[in-house]
Ligand binder design. Structure first.
Ligand SMILES: Cc1cc2nc3c(=O)[nH]c(=O)nc-3n(C[C@H](O)[C@H](O)[C@H](O)COP(=O)(O)O)c2cc1C
Length: 210
């Protein structure tokens, strides 16, 4: 059975376009594969805390010296990382905020990028430990950034995911959402087409492997 992890990060509820698109992704997947399991993480409604001094001290303490206090500083991080490892496919809905990701998604990144859990360091350098996953990042944007140096969202996410070992990430950008009804409808329709495309590729590859 396939496990999908759906992560929403828009603070908006019904009006959120990224939420509507991740929901459409999951529904389309389940339509073709009713046996799949979905874990849902809502960072928009239930933000995870930014990492703090106790978190950093605990993360960099050798495992044999971790006491219960340090252990509890990593509780949220452990939960998020376990959830990530348990999934085969990762579906992220991320609005563009000020050319990058919302603060709640950055807090999530800081919680999951953790030495000895999601990456290691040895004499050869850094190595990501989150292997064998496929991710799709569905972004929503008021403007358009094709070829623009102001897109600090996709390159950042690509780099940080690769750092922890997620090397197969598809990006679907719903752009020009603030440019009037017609543009918005066009962007949503083309995101729907891209979602169908990603799902049919993933499901085809998965069934060929299993
Ligand atoms: C605080 C804030 C910052 C934003 N910054 C950008 C931006 O830098 N570039 C852009 O194209 N759109 C920007 N937008 C527009 C959002 O990306 C757009 O409204 C998107 O649809 C939000 O996602 P959601 O519909 O899932 O909530 C911003 C919106 C907000 C509320």
């Amino acid at each position: 059975m396939v496990t999908l992890l759906q992560v929403d990060s828009s603070p908006r509820s019904e009006r959120s376009i990224s939420r509507a698109l991740t929901k459409q992704f999951i529904q389309t997947w389940q339509h073709a594969d009713s046996n799949s399991h979905v874990t849902y993480r809502d960072l928009g409604r239930y933000p995870v805390p930014p990492i703090d001094e106790a978190w950093i001290a605990a993360a960099f303490t050798p495992p044999d010296q971790v006491n219960p206090d340090l252990e509890s500083a990593l509780k949220t991080s452990d939960e998020l990382i376990d959830e990530l490892f348990a999934a085969d496919f990762l579906v992220f809905g991320i609005p563009m905020y000020n050319y990058s990701v919302p603060a709640n998604f950055k807090a999530y990144i800081d919680q999951i990028v953790r030495v000895r859990r999601t990456f290691t360091i040895d004499s050869d350098g850094y190595k990501g430990l989150v292997s064998g996953k496929r991710a799709v990042v569905i972004t929503t944007r008021g403007g358009s950034y094709a070829g623009s140096p102001l897109d600090f969202q996709e390159p950042y996410l690509q780099a940080v995911f690769e750092f922890i070992g997620i090397t197969d990430t598809a990006f679907i950008h719903a752009e020009n959402l603030a440019m009037g009804t017609e543009e918005r409808q066009r962007a949503i329709a083309s995101a729907h087409t891209a979602i169908h495309q990603v799902i049919s590729n993933w499901q085809y590859d998965y069934s060929a492997m299993s």
